[in-house]
Structure formats: structure tokens, C-alpha cells
Write a protein that binds this ligand. Structure first.
Ligand code: F6R
Length: 601
């Protein structure tokens, strides 16, 4: 159980707990502890839980109630006979809590989850089985939830349900599993079953039963998880993030591999959007959050240039609330590593309600966004465990390039030889990324040297702008340093006032080849900050003579067509943030206050 929780810890790590059904029909065994999973592991090492017949475990990212021992999941009900765990937010918990307290229930925590536990127990008290009680409970709940429960009197059963939060079933041999993500059980089985909204699942060692809220039995085909168990291990690296940074050549190669059919048509992984509809699209809106939104910004530059279709990029949480203009000819593209980001899920639901087709670029198979989109192009980055996104970012950009090339081909914006040349350029990217990784050592020294800096600025133009934003985000979230990314041309409109003697400024320089004007504008921006005392770190193409003159520190990347440059220029920034955070003694895989899948709005 601890192994599964460890692989899920990226989802939340402010407390953890396990409950087990033992031979006692009146009481479950339980251990839970605030803090990271290692705290729970210490408790269990001192007083291990007895072996049992069914168990549930949880790692938490606090929403209702702080990260304390008592707010940690599982939560007990029915005098310790029933235990429940929960992801998501139960929006009507307050009224449920009042109702239950009026019936004499005493609460032990400040969580919304505990209300669901006592409600479930009240249905079991009325003679319902655990699965029936879960159904009755789900019918009373509003909001987003994945719930799992065990009852000491049903010693071989775990029941679960989901609404707007993820839950997948792992089908083993004489054992079955439930997890918010397949990584929880890929050590034991790679055969999995998706669950739809508002379904109830009951697992025993012998079987799995899925029913709807009305009790109708659901038959569903299992799918094979393509990831292997070793992909969720550190593989000799000190951190998952370092391993995932080094996975990037493979993540890009796998995402690109075998995607185009003999006619140069993109093979989507799931679903379809009719070609006639794609040919008629008059606007694309990318909806995403955080790093994935920066991948969307890169996509905008490339897709607009190749297809001449206007592309907007919108933070998913802003999109829905501003009454966006959506028609049947607007292609909405959701980008998400986890496929479970609630803001992005809500954005695509809104788009679908307005009649717009939705394509998803997602990393996790069977995730909510993948299931709800009309068509899916999977990034094949493998499991990304470190909270800060790295390889998923590169894979998202690669998938977006494929989509852009496909649309250009379909709509006749590019000749066949131009498409072939773009694809050749893309094919060379994995080895170029590998070269950046192989030459990163000086950057690690620089990061250690800058460990005590208070502010770091990042500048870029064109596709270098989202790269600058991503460099700043990585530094903020890992090293807790104030960092900001700017469009280099914007500096003179205000932010240049921040520059003083010694201020570190990273500049992402575009290729001088074929983009002389763009290149020379960024060189001017470097001079502007240098003239005011900035210490410049310039990321430039190999052989860029001008760059060397204006860089206090020069980091070179292989020569690459400008639109593809983010795949190489962001890598030094990832390594820099990783190294600097490590030098400060921080846990780079699990930065404070964050969770990998943000499954609340
Ligand atoms: C930053 C990071 C986040 C995610 C964002 C979207 O390193 O990981 O900004 O990119 O929360 O997550 P997904 O891609 O799962 O939708």
C-alpha cells in the first residue's frame, strides 16, 4: 500500500493515512499522520498495522481544514467500523454536516469528507450494503469527488464512486485495485478499467462490479496501460524531476513516432473530428493552465504560422467566465498532462455545450479530459511524477506541432515538400535535446553560484517568450525565488526599472538564421539591461557570434529552426531551477503548497 501511495504522492503530500479491514468485524485498523508519506511510514515502522483483507490509503492536498493528523484521511464512521477517503470538494458539506450533527453525530475533523463518511454510515445503519450506501451517498452529494470506503463487516470489499474527480480500476489476478491514477497499481497489473461519471464500483479479490446511480450494471472493456512499472521509478537519478528532464529526448521521440499515415494524415489516438469540420475551422482556442498553457502559447506561434488559422490561448480558469465566442467552427484544444485539471475540464465542458469540437492533448490514458474530448492525441511522455512539469511540456509542444502540421496539410497551406521538411526538422529534435543535456554541467555550477539571489528575470521574444515564462515558473515553484518572465520588448515599458547592479537576467535568444530582425531586437534588449548593470545569462544557438559578446554567461543549444527552438531552449532553464532548488536544500519533487493534479477549481 505504501508503494502505491508513494507513486501517488505527487497528487498531494500534506498528510497521509491507511485503513485496513482485519478479522475484527467491529473495528478497522488505521494509521494517519500529517506531513509527507515518510511521516506515516515512520509511524507504521514503530507500530505496523495488522494484515488485512481489504485496505484503503490516501495522500492529501488540503482543501477543507489544515494539514493535521485529525484532518488526514481516512475518516472513520459507525464507531470505527467504516472508513472513507476522498479527493475533490463536497460543496454541500456544510448543510450535510449540520443535518448529521442534529442527528447526534460527532465530528472529529474539519473536513468535508467526514460528512460523506457519516452519511454513508447512516445508510449502512439502515440495512444497505456498502455499495448501495455509496450510491445513496453519491445521490446526496454536490461537487467533485472520488470516494472509496471499506466496512469491517464486508471484509473483502472496497467500494468507490466518482464525479468530476478521477478513479480507475486495476484488474489483477485474485486481487483488484482502485486508484486515482494507474501508477498506483502498475506494479501489479497493467489491465485497467475506466469509470464514468457517477458510477459505483465494488471490488473484491474475485471480481469488479460497476453500476450506475440507478443500480444498472455497466459492462465496459478493459484497456492495457502502455506505461511500464519502471517508468514510475527514479532509475538511478536523485530526483524524479532530474530523471524526467533526462527522459525528454525519449518523450519527444515517442510523441512524434508513427503519427502520420501514408498520406501524411495525423492518426489520432481516440475519437475523431470529421476532416470536413477541421478543414472549415476558423479559430482555434487552446485552453490549459500553468506550464501546459505555456505549451499552448508555443503552439500559437507555430500553428498560426503554418495554417493561417487564428489561435487564441486562454487560461482554462478564465475562459469559461468571460463568455468566450465559440461556434461549431471553433476548434478548442485542451492541453493537460494529467487530464484531470478541473479548470481545464470545466473549460472543455463549456466549449462542448456551445457546440465547439474539442480535441485534447493529454498524457494520462483514460483520464477525464481524454474521455470527454471528441478526439485525443496522447503525449507519450510516460508517467510524470515530479510535481513540476518538464517532459510533459516538451511532449505537449511536440504534439501541438503535429496537430499544426496536420491542419496545414489538410487545408493545403503547405506543399508536400514543406511538410516533409518540417517533419525532418522535428525528427532531429530528440538528439538535439540530448546534446543540451550532455552539455549542462556549467549551468549546474552557475545555479549553485546563484543560490542566494532574491530575484531572477527571464526575457524572450516570439517563441522565446513562453520559454521565459516557463523558466520563471520553474524557479518560483521549485526554489521559492521571486522570478518573472517578460516579453523582451515589454521591458522598456516598465519592468526595466527593476534592473540594478548584479541583477541576474536570463535571455532566450532566437536563431539569427532567417530571423535577423527578431534576433537583433533581442540583442538590443540584452544591451539595454546590461547597460543598467544586469548579469546576463544568454541561451543562444551554437555559432551565434553576437550572443557571446553580450553574455556574462553563455549557454548554447544546437542550431534549430526558430519555431522548434522551445524544445531545446527550455531545457537549460529546467536544469537551472532544479539545481538551484537542490542547492537550497529543497525537495524539488514535492515543492511546498502544490499538488500535481489540481482537481479543484
Ligand atoms: C508547473 C505545473 C503546472 C501544470 C498545471 C496544469 O510545473 O506542473 O503549472 O502544468 O497545473 O496541469 P495539467 O497539465 O495536468 O493540466
Amino acid at each position: 500500500m505504501l508503494g502505491g501511495l508513494e507513486r501517488l504522492e505527487y497528487r498531494g503530500y500534506d498528510s497521509a493515512g491507511i485503513a485496513v479491514v482485519t478479522s475484527d468485524p467491529e473495528k478497522l485498523a488505521m494509521a494517519k499522520k500529517a506531513g509527507k508519506l515518510t511521516n506515516l511510514a515512520k509511524v507504521l515502522a514503530e507500530s505496523p498495522l495488522p494484515d488485512g483483507t481489504a485496505a484503503i490509503g490516501h495522500t492529501r492536498w488540503a482543501t477543507h481544514g489544515g494539514p493535521t493528523d485529525s484532518n488526514a484521511h481516512p475518516h472513520l464512521a459507525a464507531g470505527g467500523r467504516i472508513a472513507i477517503i476522498h479527493n475533490g470538494i463536497i460543496e454541500n458539506y456544510h448543510s450535510l454536516r449540520t443535518e448529521l450533527m442534529e442527528q447526534g453525530v460527532e465530528f472529529q475533523s474539519e473536513t468535508d469528507t467526514e460528512a460523506a463518511g457519516h452519511l454513508l454510515a447512516s445508510f449502512v445503519d439502515k440495512g444497505q450494503t456498502l455499495a448501495q450506501a455509496m450510491r445513496s451517498t453519491a445521490l446526496r452529494l454536490e461537487g467533485a469527488f472520488t470516494l472509496l470506503a471499506i466496512d469491517a463487516r464486508e471484509p473483502h470489499t472496497v467500494v468507490g464512486t466518482r464525479r468530476n474527480s478521477p478513479l480507475v480500476v486495476g484488474l489483477g489476478d485474485g486481487e483488484n485495485f482502485l486508484g486515482s491514477d494507474v501508477v498506483a497499481f502498475i506494479e501489479y497489473t497493467r489491465t485497467a478499467l475506466e469509470l464514468d461519471q457517477d458510477e459505483i464500483v465494488e471490488i473484491t479479490p474475485e471480481g469488479v462490479t460497476v453500476t450506475t446511480l440507478t443500480g444498472a450494471v455497466v459492462e465496459r472493456e478493459p484497456f492495457e496501460v502502455t506505461w511500464d512499472a519502471s517508468a514510475a521509478q527514479k532509475g538511478g537519478f536523485a530526483t524524479f524531476m532530474d530523471k524526467e528532464i533526462h527522459d525528454q529526448p525519449a518523450a519527444v521521440a515517442d510523441t512524434l513516432r508513427g503519427r502520420l499515415d501514408d498520406h501524411g494524415r495525423l492518426k489520432l489516438d481516440e475519437g475523431t473530428i470529421p476532416e470536413a469540420l477541421l478543414a472549415a475551422v476558423d479559430k482555434i482556442i487552446v485552453v490549459a493552465c500553468g506550464t501546459a498553457a505555456y505549451a499552448g502559447m508555443v503552439a500559437k506561434y507555430a500553428v498560426e504560422h503554418w495554417t493561417r488559422i487564428p489561435v487564441e490561448v486562454e487560461l482554462a480558469h478564465e475562459f469559461r467566465y468571460r463568455d468566450p465566442i465559440l461556434t461549431a467552427r471553433t476548434l478548442v484544444v485542451a492541453m493537460s498532462q494529467s487530464g484531470e485539471t478541473m479548470d481545464t475540464i470545466m473549460a472543455i465542458r463549456h466549449a462542448k455545450q456551445q457546440g465547439s469540437p474539442v480535441a485534447a492533448i493529454v498524457n494520462v490514458q483514460g483520464s477525464t479530459i481524454a474521455r470527454e474530448a471528441d478526439a485525443v492525441l496522447y503525449t507519450r511522455a510516460g508517467p510524470e511524477i515530479a510535481v513540476a512539469s518538464t517532459k510533459a511540456f516538451l511532449a505537449q509542444i511536440s504534439a501541438a506541432y503535429l496537430l499544426g502540421i496536420y491542419l496545414a496539410e489538410l487545408r493545403g497551406n503547405k506543399f508536400a515538400d514543406e511538410i516533409a521538411s518540417l517533419l525532418r526538422d522535428l525528427d532531429e529534435m530528440p538528439s538535439k535535446i540530448q546534446r543540451v543535456l550532455d552539455t549542462a554541467e556549467p549551468l549546474r555550477d552557475l545555479a549553485r553560484d546563484m543560490a542566494s539571489e532574491k530575484t531572477v528575470l527571464f526575457l524572450g521574444r516570439h517563441v522565446g517568450y513562453p520559454v521565459a515564462l516557463e523558466g520563471a515558473l520553474k524557479l518560483k515553484e521549485l526554489a521559492y525565488i521571486h522570478a518573472e518572465g517578460f516579453a523582451a520588448g515589454e521591458l522598456k515599458h516598465g519592468p526595466i526599472a527593476l534592473i540594478e547592479e548584479g541583477q541576474p537576467v536570463f535571455i532566450v535568444l532566437p536563431s539569427p538564421r532567417g530571423r535577423e530582425v527578431l534576433h537583433s531586437k533581442v540583442i538590443s534588449n540584452i544591451q539595454e539591461v546590461r547597460a543598467r548593470g544586469a548579469r546576463t545569462v544568454v541561451i543562444a544557438e551554437e555559432g551565434d557570434e553576437a550572443a557571446a559578446q553580450f553574455a556574462d554567461h553563455l549557454v548554447t543549444v544546437p542550431q534549430t529552426p526558430t519555431l522548434l527552438m522551445p524544445l531545446v531552449t527550455v531545457v537549460p532553464l529546467q536544469i537551472f531551477a532544479h539545481e538551484l532548488a537542490t542547492a537550497k536544500g529543497y525537495d524539488v519533487d514535492q515543492p511546498r503548497n502544490l499538488a500535481k493534479s489540481v482537481t479543484v477549481e
